[in-house]
Write a protein that binds this ligand. Structure first.
Ligand code: ATP
Ligand code: MG
Length: 414
């Protein structure tokens, strides 16, 4: 019979990688909680129009990357390609604004985009992200960026931070017209995708990775020159706050992000270590999106980071808890061994009861495979073996043994 394979672009995360995944998420979660963000668990499936109306009709995500299908009830739905749109939908639908003050939410989980799979790029990938609803002040932008920096620092990941301002919607519209005229003049030097983008999404041309496009747009008019006083002033404040916090950054006037909903602040944390997939975390403000999706006029901002890309960059993880294996010397001692394993776990010790029956030698082999730090032999009198020194010690009863091994493990972690 032919073997069933996983679907292209999807992957199994197991072993060392699964531990790394958990480490990245736990680290981020700790920091989210320290910054007083609350978790929101969002659905994987949403009405297609949510993404068309938020991410934008002409974006790569909506044009070619979204998993869209009709469910059995004839609803047109999409597997979520990103988290912000869902968070905004929930903010409006669950009337989170009615709680007063402002809301700080974080999420974690799978996203789906039909992209060409390569290192650091999958069709199911995972993100951590956070959103702040109801704050206008650039103090929020600075804190959000600092929080992302904290997450990267805790994971030992080095990146550089690029920021830019896109201004408000009006100035951006004016700029897009001027940019469109410019792009028409250099159309012949642009890649095929970018030629289509001139009408649909001219800003995206500035984000194109193709060298020809980069050269052709090197002298393009700069958005910064079209931005209102108010936006420029808020950008100045953001820069001041970041500097005050000791966060290093550079202003990249070409940074536009691929999604339609951004206004004013945008930022990316970038690494050169993983090739073209260099953006590990990205975000910005989206002050018009909540209203645009039918909610009250609410300024908002957020970020998302790709967990797989973070995993590629994590070099060291805290060591695993050492393992103690319990071996009944003969099957007459199975019950005592079952109980001994329970007592060890109650003490908070990671314990493997060797489940295979057979010779003592074969059980020892299994204990070795698991990388046991200590082995407990259960017989008339329990015996403890230190797998590093090879020392063995006999005890009167299991309680005494547990006390000793417990102390040794604490000492080792000390
Ligand atoms: P890129 O330019 O790399 O396609 P993007 O602008 O599409 O990124 P966002 O939509 O801003 O990315 O998503 C935020 C983060 O999610 C990215 O910086 C990246 O770390 C991660 N990400 C996006 N798409 C993928 C994917 N297909 N596979 C793995 N991670 C991804
Ligand atoms: Mg993309």
């Amino acid at each position: 019979m032919s073997q069933i394979k996983r679907v292209r672009g999807f992957q199994d995360i197991y072993g060392e990688n699964a531990r790394k995944y958990r480490y990245v998420v736990d680290t981020a979660r700790n920091i989210f909680e320290k910054y007083n963000f609350e978790e929101i668990i969002l659905p994987f499936v949403e009405d297609v129009s949510l993404f068309v109306r938020s991410v934008g009709e002409e974006t790569d995500i909506v044009q070619k990357e979204m998993y869209v299908f009709e469910d059995r009830g004839g609803r047109k739905v999409a597997l979520r390609p990103e988290g912000t749109a869902s968070a905004v939908r929930a903010y409006i639908e669950e009337k989170l604004y009615a709680k007063g003050g402002y809301q700080k939410l974080f999420y974690e989980g799978a996203m789906f985009r039909y992209e060409r799979p390569q290192a650091g790029r999958y069709r199911q990938f995972h993100q951590i992200g956070a959103e702040i609803f109801g704050v206008d002040s650039p103090v929020a932008d600075a804190e959000l960026i600092k929080m992302v920096q904290d997450i990267l620092d805790s994971l030992g990941i080095q990146t550089r931070l690029e920021i830019n301002t896109l201004g408000d919607f009006e100035s951006r519209k004016r700029y897009m017209e001027v940019l469109r005229q410019f792009l028409k003049g250099v159309e012949d030097s642009l890649c095929e995708d970018c030629r289509k983008r001139i009408e649909r999404n001219p800003l995206r041309v500035l984000d194109c990775k193709v060298e020809g496009c980069r050269q052709a747009t090197a002298d393009a008019p700069v958005l910064m020159d079209f931005i209102s006083e108010k936006s420029l002033e808020r950008f100045e404040r953001l820069k001041e706050y970041l500097t005050g916090l000791g966060v290093d950054f550079t202003v990249n006037p070409r940074l536009v992000r691929g999604l339609d909903y951004y206004t004013d602040t945008v930022f990316e944390f970038i690494t050169d270590k993983i090739g073209a997939q260099g953006t590990v975390a990205a975000g910005g403000r989206y002050d018009t999106l909540v209203k645009q999706l039918g909610g009250p006029d609410t300024p908002a901002l957020g970020f998302a980071a790709g967990i797989e890309r973070l995993m590629l960059l994590v070099e060291t993880m805290p060591e695993d808890q050492p393992l103690v294996s319990v071996i009944p010397v003969v099957s007459e001692f199975n019950i005592q061994a079952l109980k001994a394993a329970q007592s060890l776990r109650k003490e908070g010790i990671k314990t493997e009861l060797i489940l295979k029956e057979g010779s003592l030698k074969s059980k020892m082999k299994v204990a070795n495979k698991f990388g046991s730090r200590f082995v407990v032999f259960v017989s008339e009198k329990p015996e403890l073996k230190d797998m590093e020194s090879g020392e063995q010690e006999l005890f009167e009863n299991i309680q005494d043994l547990i006390e000793v091994v417990s102390g040794k493990l604490k000492g080792a972690l000390g």
